[in-house]
Ligand binder design. Structure first.
Ligand code: HEC
Length: 483
């Protein structure tokens, strides 16, 4: 905020100068000299920010529509109001985590002074300045550890045949099942997306699904629903899921899981690639994008087995016409964390359970998942993946240690450890947030989720479900032991 006011002083000073037609270098009476503050120019001030923070995607290489190539100053001038609105509203760069909650690898968000540069450039008349003033900034290398992965993946998965997204709708969600043919359990250690048709592909979520006969049967039925490859799916895979394996959105980097860890993909498991095709940007043609996957060698499993634990999705019902914005208080419900895959189980305090169907009337739902760690070693979280659908606006995930209150254990007020907080949920930009430092789970604790929704555009009540008109309140945590 400081930057905004400093600039507006400078601006009013120059406006005054113009009015009084004072000579260059002369001080306007009553104004404190703003030494060294010159108006913002494209080449000296804005272009370095664009290069460092935007042009990884907006460089004309196809990740963004051609009309959004920011290397051309005239184009940037023409788009200035849209660009400023996007950075001030923080819809761009695409990064939903709010500051002050936790710190993440490859944080895309802009600092206040970077945002001020956009605002001031526009306010001061979109001056281009001298191209010789441009200094290329140091580009930050990805912090996701991709250099630890060999250049060649263990395997690449993709749909057996290309798919042409359905142009009759703005968004087409399509799932493709792929059998990697694993004859033993394998440990996934990283992934990278191989984009085929960037003009239509917006997003990929990859699930590993069980290799049992029942799931095989279901996948065959889904595949047979229509003539074209794959099957229609929104938000999930429409099957049981063993684990989430990978997530990608435009600009997404090659990702290595934390050193020495791996995610078990069991023998016989299949992958389901959920592709989100966005047709509203004028994209066209077929797509056959693939995902490169890196696994630990069969004979040397990783030291620490990671688990992707799904937490959330207790039933709730939100009436239509409500906005759960920040001021609404949340209706809470307790449940036991029912996940047998991690030592995060052993239930306590079943008497705290309320009827979940009665929560959500204010457009806000708070769910506390109580657990006691039963394993010998402490557990830590390395990443969080939040998930809601189209009416979600805010989601917050916290670890809260439990305190004993009479006969009950309850989340201790004021002891929350924030994992993720967003006040601008965007279904189109779902991703993992990898912590700079892993976060230890309290031994007796709660995973608390707070989800807010805006149902003012809905014609009927919105409840938990898989459809695009339904909602979810869910996070996945990438957990390991600490040794
Ligand atoms: C991780 C990739 C990525 C980065 C980094 C990024 N953008 Fe974008 N941006 C996109 C994509 C992709 C679109 C196309 C629309 C969509 O897919 O949502 C887009 C769309 C836009 C739009 C069009 C309208 C809108 O608001 O969606 C503007 C303006 C924009 N970006 C500005 C910026 C600016 C300014 C920066 C840097 C400060 C930036 N973007 C950084 C990927 C990125």
């Amino acid at each position: 905020m400081v930057e905004f006011s400093r600039r507006s002083v400078a601006l009013s000073a120059s406006a005054l100068m113009a009015l009084c037609a004072c000579g260059e270098g002369e001080q306007t009476p009553g104004e404190v000299a703003e030494e060294g503050v010159e108006s913002v120019t494209f080449h000296r001030d804005l272009r370095p920010v664009l290069e460092a923070r935007c042009n990884g995607c907006h460089d004309g290489s196809g990740i963004t529509p051609d009309a959004l190539d920011f290397r051309d100053p005239v184009q940037v001038q023409a788009l200035a109001p849209v660009i400023t609105a996007a950075v001030v509203g923080r819809t761009m760069p695409p990064w939903q985590a709010s500051g002050g909650c936790n710190e993440y690898k490859d944080d895309l968000s802009l600092s206040a002074s970077e945002i001020a540069t956009f605002v001031d450039w526009e306010a001061e008349g979109l001056k281009l300045g001298d191209p010789a003033d441009f200094v290329m900034p140091d580009l930050r290398p990805s912090e996701l550890g991709a250099e630890r992965l060999p250049s060649e993946p263990t395997l690449t998965i993709r749909s057996a045949s290309p798919y042409t997204p359905d142009k009759s709708r703005p968004d087409d969600f399509r799932c493709f099942a792929v059998d990697p043919g694993f004859e033993a359990d394998r440990f996934l250690q990283g992934f990278e997306v191989e984009v085929d048709n960037v003009s239509v592909l917006h997003h990929i979520v990859v699930f590993a699904v069980p290799g049992d006969e029942e799931t095989g049967q279901l996948l065959a039925e889904l595949e047979a629903e229509d003539e074209t490859p794959g099957y229609s799916c929104f938000g999930d895979s429409r099957t049981n899921v063993e684990t989430l394996a990978a997530v990608w959105a435009p600009g997404g980097e090659k990702t290595a899981f934390p050193p020495g860890t791996g995610l078990r993909i069991s023998k016989g498991a299949r992958f389901v690639m959920q592709m989100h095709y966005n047709l509203s940007q004028g994209g066209d043609g077929q797509d056959n994008s693939g995902i490169k996957l890196w696994f630990a060698p069969e004979d040397s499993p990783p030291a620490r087995e990671a688990e992707m634990v799904f937490i959330g999705n207790l039933p709730f019902e939100i009436p239509s016409g409500v906005n759960g914005g920040t001021s609404q208080s949340c209706e809470g419900v307790y449940a036991l964390l029912d996940d047998t895959s991690m030592p995060l189980t052993e239930g306590i305090n079943e008497e705290n359970l309320e009827d979940p169907s009665e929560i959500g009337s204010g457009g806000c739902v708070q769910q506390d998942f109580l657990y006691t760690l039963t394993g010998a070693e402490p557990v830590e979280a390395h990443a969080v993946f939040p998930h809601m659908h189209l009416k979600g606006t805010h989601i917050r995930a916290e670890f809260v240690p439990l305190e004993i209150d009479g006969e009950h254990s309850r989340p201790a007020p004021g002891a929350e450890v924030c994992l993720l907080d967003t006040d601008r949920w965007d279904f189109d930009w779902q991703r993992f947030y990898w912590f700079q430092q892993p976060v230890k789970a309290p031994v007796r604790g709660s995973v608390r989720l707070t989800c807010r929704y805006d149902t003012r555009g809905a014609s009927e009540a919105v409840s938990l479900g898989e459809g695009s008109g339904d909602e979810m309140c869910l996070v996945l945590l990438f957990l390991t032991g600490t040794r």
